[in-house]
Design a protein around this ligand. Structure first.
Ligand code: SF4
Length: 200
């Protein structure tokens, strides 16, 4: 068993926040364990909770299309979420739930050591871009602790707001170049709230 698999087994048994009570299955994450690129979504929805896999609903199909547009498949990347158990009715995760679950995502990033971590949506963006507005910073990378964080809208946003689809597709197209440039990029000046990321 790899360290990531052991972590997934630990997540499946976790009771650190109340979300464990409503879950069918925890959704630890899946994909290539030494991938250069990691996608970090928000929280499992209905289908993810049923199957124990991330991004398997309509937003997942769009993510697969986006990956295909840059010559990748799900098997080439690692996909995880900020929160590993489904919030009831797909509500936004609460601050104490995000805090309770944070060590799992920290460990996943630490074990995978991606060159690029793509944050999908507001809650994963907040790890590297605290207090930022996604409409202002999507598509703008920032290197922190040796990892390039790249904020994008959540694919589900395009399902609710079709005008965002093109923006998401365009941001995706910049990823191959970003992967090539990641090692040469200089570390960003950090807002104080993001300083803790250096501790990964
Ligand atoms: S959401 Fe995270 S912290 Fe809460 S029970 Fe699930 S795995 Fe544990």
């Amino acid at each position: 068993m790899t360290e990531l698999q052991a972590l997934a087994a630990e997540i499946a048994q976790c009771t650190k926040c109340l979300l464990h009570r409503g879950r069918t299955k925890a959704v630890p994450g899946e994909g290539l364990e030494d991938s250069e690129i990691m996608f970090i979504g928000e929280a499992p929805g209905f289908h993810e909770d049923q199957q124990g896999r991330p991004f398997v609903g309509a937003a997942g199909r769009f993510l697969e299309e986006l990956l295909e547009s840059i010559g990748l498949t799900r098997q080439d990347v690692y996909i995880a979420n900020v929160i590993k158990c489904r919030p009831p009715g797909n509500r936004d995760p609460l601050p104490d739930e995000i805090e309770a679950c944070k060590p799992f995502l920290d460990q996943q990033i630490d074990l995978i050591q991606p060159k690029v971590a793509v944050t999908l949506g507001r809650f994963s963006m907040a790890r590297a871009f605290p207090k930022a507005r996604i409409s202002q910073i999507h598509g703008q990378p920032r290197k922190i602790g040796g990892i390039v964080y790249y904020p994008m809208y959540h694919p589900a946003a395009a399902l609710h707001q079709p005008s965002l689809r093109r923006t998401i597709e365009e941001d995706m197209q910049r990823i191959p170049k970003l992967l090539k440039q990641a090692e040469q990029m200089t570390e960003s000046e950090l807002p104080a709230q993001a300083e803790q990321l250096r501790l990964f």
